[in-house]
Design a protein around this ligand. Structure first.
Ligand code: GUN
Length: 291
């Protein structure tokens, strides 16, 4: 069993990005600048955004964090987005999701200029991705592709079962794995909450991407020997033995699944850190493309 170490791989990628930033600076070119908008005080979102801003500092990017109160109106948020769209110093920006219920998430996603949409969530980028055209790939699926590539996990002709059809992970992952690309060229099944006989499917899978958000859902009896497991889940589960009062649980029951796995991502330290590294990579790309 080989651990797909997202922590180490993301560190390697950040070193590569830092080197590119150094070169940009030597050549007198612009320093990449990422902005993030956070609405409200959701604990997990605050943690993610803080990690993204810290990662910018580490690789030599400029960063701007815009924190807005929970009760911010949709109009005010759209106004902030427009300011970032028009600010030439900002190469890319993200609006951390989920948003408070009174804000229309789709409207917000569509307000971001696609050339600055380093999350790859805008319909223009999603459409371009589906058509194999150059675009910003959503960071989590992009990070998974990068992990599979760097660990040389064979995907061509393999059966990939993606569990979960979210716009951020499951849906794009299913499209990307079916495309002709290094980590891709696979036969893909996308399963979700209405799928019948899920276990029949997962038992046939060479690669499983678990992205449904139910802690420890995938158990050892549901997978075949030699499977590759990508665990996208990261749920806070109450744990009185921890100082924080919680632990992070993946969608995979690691103890029973890992002994049957050829490759497996841990939680934490698997997909999570890769997401941040690929967001930085998209921001570097946005900066380099904006001449
Ligand atoms: N919420 C969970 N994942 C993400 C992400 O990749 N980007 C943004 N903006 N919000 C998220």
């Amino acid at each position: 069993m080989i651990i797909l170490d997202g922590k180490k791989t993301s560190s390697d990628i950040k070193v590569e990005i830092a080197e590119s930033v150094k070169q940009l600076k030597i050549q007198g070119k612009k320093t990449p600048h990422l902005a993030a908008i956070l609405v409200g005080t959701d604990g997990a979102s605050m943690t993610y955004v803080t990690s993204k801003v810290k990662a910018c500092e580490l690789v030599g990017f400029n960063s701007t964090l815009i924190e807005l109160p929970e009760e911010t109106s949709e109009e005010k948020l759209l106004n902030e987005i427009e300011k970032l769209n028009n600010n030439n110093d900002i190469d890319g920006f993200i609006v951390q999701l989920p948003l408070p219920k009174h804000i229309d998430e789709q409207k917000v996603v569509e307000a971001v200029n696609p050339t600055k949409d380093v999350d790859g969530f805008h319909p223009t980028n999603v459409g371009r991705m589906a058509l194999d055209l150059p675009c910003f790939l959503p960071a989590t699926p992009y990070g998974i592709l990068e992990l599979l590539e760097r660990y040389q996990v064979e995907t061509q002709g393999k059966h990939v079962v993606v569990i979960g059809r979210s716009h951020i992970v499951g849906r794009p992952m299913s499209i990307l794995m079916s495309q002709k690309r290094k980590a891709g060229d696979a036969t893909v099944t996308i399963a979700h909450s209405r799928t019948k006989n899920l276990k029949e499917l997962t038992l046939q899978a060479d690669i499983i991407v678990a992205a449904l958000g139910i802690p420890e859902f995938l158990t050892g009896d549901m997978v075949k020997q030699g499977v590759t497991i990508i665990d996208v889940g990261i749920t806070r589960v109450g744990d009185a033995t921890k100082k924080s009062g919680y632990r992070l649980a993946g969608d995979v029951h690691f103890e029973s699944v890992s002994p049957k796995s050829a490759f497996i991502t841990p939680v934490p330290g698997g997909v999570g850190p890769m997401t941040i590294a690929m967001l930085l990579k998209n921001t570097l790309l946005a900066c380099e493309l904006k001449v």
